[in-house]
Design a protein around this ligand. Structure first.
Ligand code: CP
Length: 303
């Protein structure tokens, strides 16, 4: 008998809308147990291997704490002090690592690398961020929106900033869960439309003016213009984005009960003003915490 294919979460639409709805419900159940200090160990004796090619605070902590809270163990590896960064073929590493654990989370620069790794893995692989997608973050963002404002279906998300892994994942989520995304990027930084399907384009509108993108939106969100730690190399880029700082004026154009999100880390005074990120419409701390709860739901589902 053929074994069923292994389920991975490498991009948001690797799951169906029904599966995402299930995870959101499950995350709510799991969060309530956590808040009530209930011991609950569905992943006892199971282990997660986390492979990091890039630095992380939220992703590492939420997966590691989540696995421990589910009764399992999390093992950290990075590409600096393992053979992973020294030329061992990705497929060989995947075959070995996946024989020793139940699930793998990987943060790597290239989507093609995680896809090659997953194809050779015997266990599910979760994308902890690549150059193309950040599905765990968008899962947490949608869960946070649900908590604060109810279902996202039919709502509008305004993305102000870069065509990056977050904006492409928002577009995938919009098609799957039936909401709209307003994208506003500076000239030269627009989405590559060859990566967006016809079905996804129905959920997408482009705006040259970020203020117009925010008009009437239920959620306004942005991300750093330059990766934390690489600011000096990107002065020209920062200049191109100067008009794209999410400020109080943009939030005033959004729906009166709009929320602001940022996946963090953030540069106050660049992509967002301190008044917005630390203001009453900001839900960034819930958004960061919810990485923990949605990923516990994801781990339980995939293992
Ligand atoms: N938002 C996010 O992925 O944060 P880290 O880079 O700290 O994991």
């Amino acid at each position: 008998m053929n074994k069923p294919p292994i389920k991975h979460f490498l991009k948001f639409d690797d799951f169906t809308g029904e599966e995402i709805e299930y995870l959101l419900k499950r995350a709510d159940f799991i969060k309530k147990r956590f808040k009530n200090y209930e011991t609950w160990h569905p992943l006892q004796d199971r282990s997660l291997v986390m492979i990091f090619e890039k630095a992380s605070t939220r992703t590492r902590l939420s997966f590691e704490a989540g696995m421990l809270q589910l009764g399992g163990a999390a093992i950290y590896m990075n590409t600096r002090d393992s053979q992973l960064g020294r030329g061992e073929p990705v497929e060989d590493a995947a075959k070995v690592i996946s024989r020793m654990c139940d699930i793998i989370m990987m943060r790597t620069f290239e989507q093609s690398i995680i896809e090659r790794f997953a194809a050779a893995s015997r266990v599910p692989v979760i994308n902890g961020l690549t150059n193309e997608f950040h599905p765990c973050q968008i899962l947490a963002d949608i869960f946070t929106f649900l908590e604060h404002r109810g279902p996202i279906r039919g709502r509008t998300v305004a993305w102000v900033g870069d065509a990056n892994n977050m904006s492409y994942t928002w577009v995938q989520a919009a098609r799957l869960l039936d909401f709209q995304v307003h994208i506003s990027t500076p000239p030269g930084y627009a989405l590559d439309m060859s990566r967006i399907s016809e079905a996804e384009q129905k959920h997408l509108r482009h705006f040259e003016d970020p203020r117009e993108a925010c008009r009437g939106a239920d959620l306004v969100t942005t991300d750093v213009w330059t990766s934390m730690g690489y600011e000096a190399e990107n002065e020209a880029r920062a200049a191109a984005f100067a008009n794209f700082c999410v400020d109080e004026q943009m939030m005033a154009l959004a729906s009166p009960d709009a929320v602001f999100m940022h996946c963090l880390p953030a540069h106050r005074g660049e992509e967002v003003t301190a008044g917005v990120i630390d203001g009453p419409q900001s839900v960034v701390w819930d958004e960061a915490e919810n990485r923990l709860h949605v990923q516990k739901a994801l781990l339980e589902y995939l293992v």
